[in-house]
Design a protein around this ligand. Structure first.
Ligand SMILES: NC(=O)c1ccc[n+]([C@@H]2O[C@H](COP(=O)([O-])OP(=O)(O)OC[C@H]3O[C@@H](n4cnc5c(N)ncnc54)[C@H](OP(=O)(O)O)[C@@H]3O)[C@@H](O)[C@H]2O)c1
Length: 325
């Protein structure tokens, strides 16, 4: 048996390389053709109902404005109701026939059921669900005092998307609708100082990749992988703590426009900005170099408060505390 694996180790690699060389050029041509066709026959949004979680600020807010310009009716979901009301007013000025505001916390299962039920009660259908609500905590993992604080990241970024999808699925199936998932480059490319956030985005991506296969052509899924976008989440303070202030940020308006264009084209994937594709290639082909770059640029330079403290207090260092409520 072991001999079989040894043979497969060699043969499978060789066969794979030959197959990639033959298939990749044909596949790239097919994708180009499909992109052109889809760009011409884009989905019309007038009369469609779009649910956006995390619509009170940042990317969600600007997605609302973009969908409004296309004439879609909106269901805007977040915890800050006053901000949502302002977004709804502006969306209707921009062309949305109707924008409903629902105060809800996506990390609560019953809230997700409630906002889907209310959307159906009001509009009678759902054509698109945008799983956008998200949050993050920045810092080296070993510097985190209270590990339980991080559970909310998984609850919002991962379970929030899963729960909302669970309740919207029957209606999306009926309308042959679409799910748009707002993921992060952190889900593909481990950026230090946001370990739990990255893990939540990996989980989210894996879940929706599986769902895409299970659903087939019943419901389209657009997986969005974002780099740095100029929002409250990627604030200057956050980026300084993450040692990522040198990274260029994309405008939130440009990002929202790219997402809506991608969704109405029916794309399976969108990476925004597009140059992040090259970073993924680097990560796959040059893992050692990318490890060193991330280690020295993002982790060890400049010294973190914990590293400074450790160098002064070498004895009895206890990095993690578990908070007991
Ligand atoms: N900005 C970036 O550079 C970047 C990069 C990659 C991926 N992303 C992803 O983009 C998405 C949007 O983030 P953003 O940059 O636009 O940040 P943002 O401006 O902070 O917006 C986050 C939104 O999520 C909502 N939210 C957070 N927790 C929620 C909860 N428990 N229930 C309901 N809504 C909740 C917030 O509304 P309330 O506080 O009112 O509830 C807010 O509307 C996130 O999924 C994030 O991971 C952002």
């Amino acid at each position: 048996m072991d001999l079989l694996h040894k043979l497969l180790n060699i043969l499978f690699s060789i066969v794979s390389i030959i197959l990639f060389m033959l298939v990749l050029p044909i596949l790239l041509l097919f994708r180009l053709w499909r992109f052109c066709v889809r760009s011409v026959f884009r989905e019309k949004l007038a009369g469609k109902v779009v649910l956006i979680t995390g619509a009170s600020s940042g990317i969600g807010e600007h997605l609302a404005y973009e969908y409004a310009k296309h004439g879609a009716s909106l269901v805007l979901i977040a915890r800050r109701e006053e901000l949502l009301a302002t977004v709804a007013r502006k969306a209707m000025e921009l062309g949305s026939p109707d924008a409903v505001v629902i105060k809800a916390d996506v990390s609560k299962l019953l809230d997700c059921k409630r906002f889907v039920d209310e959307a159906i009660k009001h509009f009678g259908k759902v054509d698109c669900l945008i799983n956008n609500a998200g949050t993050g905590i920045v810092g080296l993992f070993e510097e985190q005092i209270c590990i339980t604080d991080h559970a909310s990241i998984m609850d919002i970024n991962f379970w929030g998307s899963v729960n909302a999808t669970h309740f919207a699925l029957p209606y999306l199936k009926k309308s042959k609708g679409r799910i748009v998932v707002i993921g992060s480059c952190g889900g593909w490319f481990a950026t230090p100082r946001v370990s739990v956030y990255n893990a939540s985005k990996v989980a989210q991506q894996s879940f929706f990749e599986t769902l895409r296969i299970e659903l087939g052509s019943d419901i389209g899924i657009t997986m969005v992988t974002l780099g740095m976008v100029d929002t409250a989440l990627a604030s200057d303070d956050f980026l300084t703590q993450a040692n990522l202030k040198w990274l260029p940020k994309e405008s939130v308006e440009g990002c929202a426009k790219a997402i809506v264009n991608s969704a109405i084209r029916g794309d399976e994937y969108l990476t925004e900005p597009g140059w992040m594709h090259a970073v993924f290639l680097w990560a796959i082909l040059l893992p050692d170099l990318m490890y060193l770059l991330r280690r020295f640029i993002v982790v060890t330079s400049p010294k973190t408060s914990l590293q400074k403290w450790k160098s002064q207090n070498t004895a009895s260092f206890q990095p993690l505390e578990v908070k007991h409520d």
